[in-house]
Design a protein around this ligand. Sequence first.
Ligand code: FES
Length: 65
Amino acid sequence: MERRKNSCKVEVLKNGPLLIQGPLSISYNGKEESPDREKIFLCRCGGSSKKPYCDGTHKKIGFEG
Ligand code: FES
């Protein structure tokens, strides 16, 4: 599937985070930021110490989803 221009793509990675690609802003705990990179990984397992971002903890805890 082709992505629309200026849209972001969200991909659910098996047993891992959400991969988000494209221009976006993130609102978390009342703060909003626009990452300067076009590709980010958001935690889906709840174990990251860098929420909302994935820090790889999903592998250590054996997250399945
Ligand atoms: S999905 Fe990677 S740390 Fe939660």
